[in-house]
Design a protein around this ligand. Sequence first.
Ligand code: MN
Length: 311
Amino acid sequence: MTTPDALAGTDAMAAGAGSAAATADGAEPPPVPARIEAVQRLRLHAPVFISDLHLTSARPRTVERFLALLARLAGQGGELLILGDLFEIWAGDDLLGAAAPLEATAATDTAGGADDDAVGRAVAQALQRLAQAGTAVYIMHGNRDLLLGTRFLRDSGARLLADPCLAVIGADDAAAPILLSHGDAYCTLDLPYQAFRRQARDARVQESFLVRPLAERRAVLGQARLHSEAGKQRMAEQIMDVTPSAIDDALRAAGVHGLLHGHTHRPARHDFNLDGRAAARWVLPDWDLDGVPPRGGGLRWRDGALETFEA
Ligand code: MN
């Protein structure tokens, strides 16, 4: 029931601390995402919620279907909210720049390397097109793509959401806000993961990691991901899911009775009672259109209610 993988990732990220403030290839390190100011509250009119797409060149149909969704949404207005883990791995915004040196990519290709960089660029461009067509695009960090930063936000036209943030849906001024989150913060029974989470979101840890060469960062995160997949297979179901009391605490702290999140890959609507009032928790599905059976989709606001849709 431990995730040594996640810890290995932390150690690897932390190991760069104190190194020189320039990457080995002399390029400026990308900005530190943990220092970016994020949106805390927002009003939504016609939101579409998705998360956990885990985009990578290794799953081309998933990438294709995501791009198809963006094309469908174009011109419809409203808002697209990506609640974390848009990418399988994000090693830093500098991957959006000029193509990495060939030898650097080949030597450390544990996670797609240059092909994944191309996916990152294509996705940023497609989001930019959607934003220009009049849909407000919001993105939240997940646990896989915590290093998405200012360059990605600029290239994609997206705004960064704080985790959690508060959203009011609809035009009704009396509408109750709900909490939006990636969801990993509520998996409190997985103590090693929570330790990793705190570290990985620490600005100084990110800063010291981002000064390392891109190819090295990619390799470290690729390794951490492989270990994490192996760790999950051994872990009890209960530990992998959110803790009900953590959900209650978060709702009470925010003064709301609704929560929408991803991360657990267990799409559902849970209705429950919180302090004598009806409460609801919506969980988004993950995407894998290359798997069997293929899956993907999200939640959208239609006629005053949230409904599911297929990818
Ligand atoms: Mn996640």
